[in-house]
Design a protein around this ligand. Structure first.
Ligand SMILES: N[C@@H](CCC(=O)N[C@@H](CS)C(=O)NCC(=O)O)C(=O)O
Length: 337
């Protein structure tokens, strides 16, 4: 049986757990810190979740990075796919998945560690998930050191006093866009979920339901999104069919609005980071929503831009023109230039 190691406070862990339930893939969930199975190999990078899979030689592989793991699971397990069959929609799904993984995680991390009430909540609760029965004095130490460590990393995601209102406004606008989408269909990908839905869900398990400031923003702007997160937790009873995927030929104004939002924040930051990496710089400096944006460069996100372009290159002429039409004037087209 597949083993997944993670923690409840990790958006990517929650993304994968929900996906495994939906896809009817049997798994064992190893909660980091609460018991370890012996003889598990170490992953290349120390990130959560880790997914342990059998390889062709009968050995066990330790994989990190949810996006390629999801594609690997598509080939290892048939049926109940979360990757759209239509190439244009598949690209749309890929792009929104990346936005959730790489941008929504900024409001998540920023709101959690920038605001006192949120940082206090996270620093109090998260350490229990390392050991629920830990003695109080250990927890007090953990609370302090964990909070200090996370707060010191705020600038790594681009969070500072100047970008704070920009990041928070982007979360509010995202909520309004997503609320509008949900009025017409239960998933971003239509009447059945795609990888993008699971990625959005992962970040929203924290933003919509855990961190008090983000929870309040969610309830105020998007009660439907708040409810959606509970629904997404376990889609094992859903019976998907081919006709349930979103049709890009139909009315897609709400989806276009979401892309216009993505084009305001994620796109300029991803492009500036990509350019900075190519220029061998260690810092990204750009303008987002009229405000200066500064953060250290992030190699992984430069690869993300490359991977998105590769996905786009794979598209046939018709699919490409369908994607072009949807992304026209949203700011997202710059990503593909
Ligand atoms: N791209 C990776 C991201 C995984 C990731 O960033 N995981 C976080 C936890 S949610 C982590 O392990 N961070 C390391 C740390 O906080 O030290 C994925 O999709 O799985």
């Amino acid at each position: 049986m597949l083993i997944i190691k993670g923690v409840p406070g990790s958006p990517y862990t929650r993304k994968m757990l929900s996906l495994l339930r939906y896809r009817h893939i049997p798994y064992r969930y190893l909660q980091h810190g609460n018991g370890h199975l012996p003889d598990l190999p170490k992953p290349k990078v120390s990130l959560l979740p880790v997914v342990y899979l059998k390889n062709k030689e009968g050995g066990i592989e330790a994989l990190v990075d949810s996006t390629p793991i999801i594609r690997r699971l598509e080939s290892d397990y048939v049926g109940r796919s979360c990757i759209p069959s239509d190439p244009a929609l598949r690209f749309v799904d890929y792009l929104i998945e990346d936005f959730a993984d790489e941008w929504l995680t900024k409001p998540m991390f920023h709101i959690r560690w920038h605001h006192d009430a949120d940082a206090d909540m996270a620093a109090t609760i998260l350490p229990y998930w390392g050991n629920i029965s830990a003695p109080e004095e250990d927890l007090a130490d953990k609370k302090r050191s964990f909070r200090e460590r996370q707060v010191s990393r705020l600038d790594v995601v681009g969070s500072n006093d100047i970008t704070a209102p920009v990041i928070e406004a982007s979360y509010r606008r995202f909520l309004v866009c997503f609320e509008e989408l949900l009025r017409a269909a239960p998933f971003v990908m239509g009447a059945r979920p795609g990888a993008a839905d699971f990625a959005l869900f992962g970040q929203l398990t924290q933003l919509a339901h855990f961190d008090p400031t983000a929870v309040a923003m969610t309830l105020e702007n998007a009660p439907r999104v708040y409810a959606w997160v509970y629904m997404m937790e376990d889609l094992s009873g859903l019976e998907p069919s081919d006709s349930q995927w979103r049709r890009l030929s139909g009315e897609n104004a709400a989806l276009k609005n979401l892309f216009a939002e993505i084009g305001k924040t994620y796109v300029p930051v991803m492009l500036a980071n990509h350019a900075a990496i190519l220029a061998g710089k260690s810092e990204v400096s750009t303008i987002v929503e009229g405000q200066p944006w500064r953060q250290i460069t992030f190699k992984y996100q430069a690869y993300c831009v490359q991977w998105i372009r590769q996905e786009y290159e794979k598209l046939d002429v018709d699919s490409r023109s369908c994607v072009n039409e949807l992304l026209a004037d949203t700011g997202c087209e710059a990503l593909l230039a």
